[in-house]
Design a protein around this ligand. Structure first.
Ligand code: NDP
Length: 447
């Protein structure tokens, strides 16, 4: 039935069924490139239509979110939850609040999450959700009312054994707290239905640091595998939100020097390096005061490049930690030309397909987000475990677990990623992530 399986045929069918969803097409194409040749060598997956099934979400929930702003105006947003695949555990993945949110972006994120969660070694399926709501410029009360309205509908579709959302862009501890409070009120139960909660009500230590720390740990593992380390390296980091902040912190702890950070307005270049004191300023600026990264340049007297991304700054290592498609072909070429040796993605799909080809052709080390940023969802998984056993582990214990998980992800990638002597982490992550989920799906029969 699937004798004509080829990347071209597969993608043309997928595009027909999901018109206009360019980010989703991109995420599937990147996986199809490594998975389809493997499926052709392993007919059991082809005969069972596993990849066709894996690219179709279990279900997609779209709903109206109505709330009232401070002036009494009625506002309407669109909320989503894409429950992608629950073969190896409850649906798990973040919620994003950003004006750009649409079905294509959430389907790309939910699809990637399938592979990422599989790689963590923990029993978690994949989902993603959010709303086209812009938290920027909203008052505390408006944020609270929006989160409550959003959860009023979402609460019908989630649960500690069904679907456990977390944060993402625009959804941090504050938003998770408002949503958890509303879930508790509506459902009359106190369960681990969201992760990224505050410590006082079931949150986990190290969760807020986990994605960024994990991204730096993954880089360290890649370099170690190739006889090198972060120590002494000049690093370019993009973003200045949760992931960028703690990726920077871990790079500093591992002896690297971070010279850039960015936001949607532009980037700062601090050739002297961002030390812990300057980073504390950024954390306060972005988390508490919701300011702009340009204020860093004014405060510490360095350059600010409005409307630009940091990839032209010479570096040894790059850590894209802002958003999807922020490294395009020309940026990747600049990085390679300036001597960048390795890239570890904190963000999801920050590099375009053409950008990835540049890295692969130059044979630099390139870790895709589904492997390098899996530390966040891994510690979310550990938060679920702690909630279930009603215990809280120490920071030290959790960080050791995180480090071991990142090492295990690296090992899985290395097992499947060899490409004639070049370690292709995209292939390694895709195959290792795929096999576990695919085998579970085979075991369930035709469902
Ligand atoms: P935050 O909201 O904390 O920070 C996002 C950062 O990216 C901000 O600096 C923001 O700038 C910038 N940014 C957002 N959109 C754009 C854009 N269109 N162009 C340029 N810059 C932009 O989010 P996180 O740090 O949590 O997430 C960052 C990335 O990491 C995302 O891709 C997310 O999916 C991924 N990720 C996050 C995880 C987590 O645990 N939080 C887990 C795994 C992956 P500004 O302030 O101007 O909006």
């Amino acid at each position: 039935m699937y004798a004509d399986l080829s990347i071209e045929n597969f993608m043309s069918g997928l595009k027909k069924r999901n018109p206009g969803e360019t980010e989703f097409h991109q995420a599937v194409y990147e996986v199809a490139e490594s998975i389809i040749p493997y499926i052709l060598e392993n007919p059991k997956y082809q005969e069972a239509g596993i990849f066709q099934r894996m690219t179709e979400p279990d279900r997609t929930i779209i709903f109206r979110v109505v709330w009232e702003d401070d002036e009494g105006n009625i506002r309407v947003n669109r909320g989503y939850r894409v429950q992608f695949n629950n073969s190896i555990g409850p649906y798990k993945g973040g919620l994003r609040f950003h004006p750009s949110v649409n079905l294509s972006i959430l389907k790309f994120l939910g699809f990637e999450q399938t592979f990422k969660n599989s790689l963590t070694t923990l029993p978690m399926g994949a989902g993603k959700g959010g709303a086209d709501f812009n938290p920027k410029g909203k008052s505390e009360r408006e944020i609270m009312r929006f989160c409550q309205a959003f959860m009023t509908e979402l609460s019908h579709h989630i649960g500690p054994f069904t679907d456990v959302p977390a944060g993402d862009i625009g959804v941090g501890a504050r938003e998770i707290s408002y949503m958890f409070g509303q879930y508790k009120r509506l459902c009359h139960e106190f369960t681990g239905v969201l992760t990224g909660k505050a410590l006082e009500f079931g949150g986990s230590l190290i969760r807020k640091e986990a994605t960024g720390y994990g991204c730096a740990y993954f880089m360290e593992e890649m370099l170690k595998h190739h006889g090198d380390s972060i120590s002494g390296k000049t690093c370019v980091v993009s973003g200045s939100g949760n992931v960028a902040q703690f990726c920077t912190q871990k790079i500093l702890q591992l002896g690297g020097k971070v010279v850039t950070l960015s936001d949607s307005g532009g980037f700062i270049h601090d050739p002297n390096g961002i030390d812990q004191e300057k980073l504390n300023y950024v954390i306060d600026l972005k988390t508490n005061r919701r300011g702009r990264i340009s204020e860093y340049a004014e405060k510490f007297g360095c350059d600010y490049h409005a409307g630009e991304r940091p990839w032209g700054v010479p570096c040894d290592l790059a850590f894209p930690c802002a958003t999807q498609n922020e490294i395009e072909k020309n940026h990747a070429e600049l990085l390679v030309a300036n001597g960048c040796k390795a890239v570890s993605e904190g963000a999801n799909m920050p590099t375009t397909i053409e950008g990835v080809s540049v890295f692969h052709n130059a044979k630099i080390l390139y870790a895709p987000g589904k492997a390098a940023n899996a530390g966040g969802v891994a510690v979310s998984g550990l938060e679920m475990t702690q909630n279930s056993i009603r215990l809280a582990w120490t920071s030290q214990e959790l960080e050791e677990r995180l480090q071991n998980i990142m090492k295990s992800i690296h090992k899985q990638c290395a097992t499947y990623g060899d490409d004639n002597g070049y370690m292709n982490y995209v292939k390694g992550a895709n195959l290792a992530g795929f096999i576990k989920v695919a085998d579970a799906m085979l075991a369930y029969g035709v469902i």
